[in-house]
Write a protein that binds this ligand. Sequence first.
Ligand code: 26Y
Length: 820
Amino acid sequence: ETTPLITSPEHSVEGFVREFLRELNFTQGTVLERATTNDAYLALARTVRHYLMSRWIETTVDHYRAQPKAVAYLSAEYLLGRQLDNALLAADLEEIAAEGLASLGLDLAELRDAEVEPGLGNGGLGRLAACFVDSLATMSVPAIGYGIRYEYGIFRQRFAGGRQVEEPDTWLAGGAPWEFAHPEHAVTVGFGGHTEKYTGDDGVERSRWVPGWQVLGVPYNYMVPGYRNGRVNTLRLWSARATHAFDLQIFNEGDYVDAVRSRTFAENISKVLYPEDSTPQGKELRLQQQYFFVACSIRDFVDQLLPAGFDLRRLPERIVFQLNDTHPVVAIPELMRVLVDDEGFGWDEAWDVTRRCFAYTCHTLLPEALEVWSVELMGRLLPRHLEIIYRINEEFLAQVRERSGGDELLVRRMSIIAEHPQRAVRMAFLATVAATRVNGVAELHSQLLRDKVLADFAQLWPEKFTNVTNGVTPRRFVRLANPGLSGLITEAIGDGWVTDLDRLRELEPLADDAEFRRRFREVKAANKGRLVDVLRRRDGIEVDPGTMLDVMVKRLHEYKRQLLKLLHVVTLYDRITAGEVSVDDVPARTVVFGAKAAPGYVMAKEIIALINHVGAVVNAHPDVSTVLRVAFPANYDVTVAETLIPAADLSEQISLAGKEASGTGNMKFALNGALTIGTDDGANVEIRRLVGDDNFFLFGLTEPEASAIAEAGYRPSSYYEENPGLRRALDLVASGAFSDGDRGAFEPVVANLLAEDRFMVLADYQAYLDAQARVEAAYADPDAWSRSAVLNVARSGFFSSDRSMRDYLDRVWHARPLPG
Ligand code: 26Y
């Protein structure tokens, strides 16, 4: 039994103001007259926290009492975005807070802007994790998110001479009002050392790990409030600290300064998020991060969330660990180690339990993105885990041999251990062998996983493979990001859609209602106005809100094909400056880019520079700039997305078919009433099927077509030779027109397109231009365009992450909500 809870502060303006002033005085140690914006923001955040606290404790206690099957989401990334607005929404405090602060002469909007978002992720995969924990809380599912509390999140991007410069993200510098440190629940994790054989009391030969060094994992808890359902789940992020033993030896040797310095070695583990996506670096520190957080999380679950003396044979009844890509896959040998070495399980018994505790989500199709760890590194950092992986592999391959009648080629292909170019552990294979379920993140992606990336495994275990199409949380990406549209929807169909997004269907008839469309356009215009203000204040960029907003925001990657969008811009510029097209005949558009490049990805950084240089020339041209402008605000993040997406008219989803696993930005745009120009790739396929062909601009090669061309030998230069428009665009870039006459400046980019063009930009160029011509024609009829836009909203309810969670619950987790 727990002691009765102190009740939440009173849900009224007076109650709120009292609590806020108390926080300002007693925690911030200041008074209203002297408080900085940051003081007021911190006091506000803590005030809101108080309203959620009793729900949080109750949720935790209920879970402990009921011991239901819980979901543990293991993710190296959580791209959370700002917390304040979401907490205000969940606690139903938006109006009370605005009014209460105003009565003190404070502006909620200004305090909101003081929050630095926790950017603890790179892109889609990290944002997906944040959407999923939001949905799990809102659906009252007993769930916990585990991850890493990076001291520095994704770098801040600025441009110098149009080139990307990275700066550290000091998100903790202003204070961290949303986190709760629990050093008393720290966990010890070992690394390195060696293994030794011994004979157990039962006479059985066993192996044990003698780590060479240890670090402490300190948990930091974050609230994950459900939307007005009385539930607050937990996100637990681990921070690395040095143990005392860590430096004791050096202390004893008498070198105090060295001893203190050595502590930073341990603390480096959670220091910084790796800014690479899609191309694994094979860095030792990264493997340390992965093992660190999963070892802490498993220990934590077993020691803190299960009752004392729990029979671990029954673990699969209580937990499913969802592996967010391969980053946490070392959790599999870790659970085996805990069960076999620490708990004395027999191997088969331990394997039976372990297998039933894990499910694996793959997020890629690019072969170079599949993580492998060299046996050398794995053996040095985690020697016992390597032994366990070898044994898992041995037993697995014996099974393959038996089933295939000794097909050694197949055995080699499926081995968890690759032999070339070096001996290495294939983490995706390990995950697939161990997991109860393996899923892709959109229908097409799951199909390609079965047919290509993991085909041998799908043959062996067809029932393991499933699809769960990604989703996004409607709370953050519609209700909070687009209050105008939310108001319009709620007025029409009530507010049930916020937690039941399929109800957006009820808007369908309103697509034919001229008055509704007019109001929809009004909302879009107001959102553009909001964006114009933000870009002016934040970036000094002037955007004309009367233009079509054509938006491409996502990580910079060749497969996503920002270059295809740029070639469209260059072609428009070329046609207008050549006098082939009159500015009177094209609708005015603003092309907005937002993208960070991995700091070591040279080509991606060149493309960023090229976009900025083309943009500068286009924007400076007296005629062209009347109908075409390029805006590339630096440091695209969740906060920018929240003002950019609701303002967009056109959503660019133009990856080469078969390369984008799903995309989730595509869903956010459709839900906010932008029309998509896109390829038949990832979740675009499902978006188009749902919104209808008439309301989606499809273009480009299909996956089978692209594969066939690649198979036959792709020759990009043939497209250059045969398409005069394309040739002129590329020649223009190569001529130095966008680099003050310097012909060498973007030579590598052009040369790569002509010689290799791995992602078939040139092959899809003409189809893309034709589709953009269809966009222009459609945009010329505002009534028809807004009809399509409304239909996009009405038919995109499927892309709620609540639906993704229902699918995981049914197909993967076999767990249930536990409403309060
Ligand atoms: C191994 C390491 C370098 C690494 C780090 C981050 C590898 C990959 C990543 C991130 C991948 C990622 O964000 N993938 C995206 O996941 C989204 C959510 O499923 C998909 O919508 C999107 O298509 C996919 O590119």
